[in-house]
Write a protein that binds this ligand. Structure first.
Ligand SMILES: NC(=O)c1ccc[n+]([C@@H]2O[C@H](COP(=O)([O-])OP(=O)(O)OC[C@H]3O[C@@H](n4cnc5c(N)ncnc54)[C@H](O)[C@@H]3O)[C@@H](O)[C@H]2O)c1
Length: 99
């Protein structure tokens, strides 16, 4: 499966990412690196440096990163505090809105 982890560079998120990669999944991470750290993530995880709140405000950079990260996603783990706000957005996948 292809899995998206928001807040994946954080304390909890990075452990989730490790477990998912270990189980053979492809992992995308959205994180603004506010408290997260790039060096927590193995090279196999694809990091999109993006603030979920920017995406909500239609920030171009955020939207582009979010779109790239959400295309083809099968499952989402939300560990960034702003996830609930972000889900108020239309996070679209090729299959339709992400829920
Ligand atoms: N650490 C714990 O013991 C614990 C226990 C219970 C619940 N939680 C909850 O789990 C979640 C993660 O906790 P944590 O300890 O890993 O925190 P953390 O700060 O280490 O991780 C949060 C991650 O989200 C990122 N982030 C924050 N705002 C963002 C935004 N707007 N856009 C993109 N990325 C953003 C941060 O950069 C960071 O990498 C939190 O919601 C926390 O309340 C944590």
């Amino acid at each position: 499966m292809r899995v998206l982890v928001t807040g994946g560079a954080g304390f909890v998120g990075s452990h989730v990412v490790d477990r998912l990669l270990g189980a053979g999944h492809a992992v995308d991470v959205i994180d603004n690196l506010a408290t997260g750290r790039r060096d927590r993530l193995p090279a196999a995880a694809r990091l999109h440096v993006c603030d979920l709140r920017d995406a909500r405000l239609d920030g171009l950079q955020g939207i582009e990163a979010l779109s790239g990260a959400t295309i083809g996603i099968d499952q989402l783990f939300g560990l960034a505090p702003a996830l609930a706000a972000a889900l108020g957005l239309k996070i679209a996948t090729e299959e339709g809105p992400l829920s």
